[in-house]
Design a protein around this ligand. Sequence first.
Ligand code: PXG
Length: 290
Amino acid sequence: MKIYLDGNLVEKEDAKISVFDHGLLYGDGIFEGIRAYNGRVFRLKEHLDRLWDSAKAINLTIPIDKKEMEKAVIKTFLANKFSEAYMRLVVTRGCGNLGLDPGNCVMPSVIIIADSISLYSEELYNNGMEIVSVSIRRIRQDSLSPNTKSLNYLNNILAKIQATRSGVMEAIMLNSEGYVVECTGDNIFLVKDDILYTPSPSDGALAGITRGAAIEIAKNKLKIPVKEERISTYDVYTADECFLTGTAAEIIPVVIADSRQIGDGKPGETTLKLIKEFRSLVRLTGTPIR
Ligand code: PXG
């Protein structure tokens, strides 16, 4: 496996960064999870735009430009001889001293890893998964914007631990006002009376790339209205269908939430149509890797 590290492709064993990197010391840095299918990188421009937005939000200057990053992504992908991959882009604040001040950090590090990922079993895609609401709230906009994909994911990790400790694989995260915002690494959608609902980024949901693709497919292909509005756990329990979206998870049906069966307890018709269209979209679109 070859890893891109600050301009060079290095072996996995040599892909090391300093213990003084503030990415490690403080979670000071940003990341993106990107996927390539069928020799094409899905929504690369959107992922890079979001990475640059995260950098802006935490006052970090990425040491290369978007065009160079795009080339680095493709180079890393090619070096690993994959046709499909899950790629992780990380930009750390870089090496500094033991103080918090990022002003001491010399140069941000850029890391690109190409690997595979399979979060959930095929059985869950066919039969649907269970989710549970947890007491850990999604971080408030006035603490650290939840739209920043920072290296500090402890908020989501604590929610994930709470869910897995209760025997459920994914957590429903509420914001500090008690509204449903998303899961730990996925956006959430509901279908009720042939309308698709999903929480809005202004309520704390990440503007997910897969979320965006699902909204587009629903509006343009399935011709169903989409509403980005506040949803509560009541709305989840009483929905006809529920599903999650994320780069790693893709689109996965949810059939139980907090022990309530959703709809008839099977993946819904709209969810299944969205999965089918999404799978075709990812294979046919995206930046070709050459
Ligand atoms: N919400 C959050 C908080 C995320 O981190 C998503 C939604 C989905 O967004 P995209 O753009 O991927 O459709 C994410 C991204 C994991 C994992 O292991 C998931 C993400 C990042 C890192 C790891 O599930 N999700």
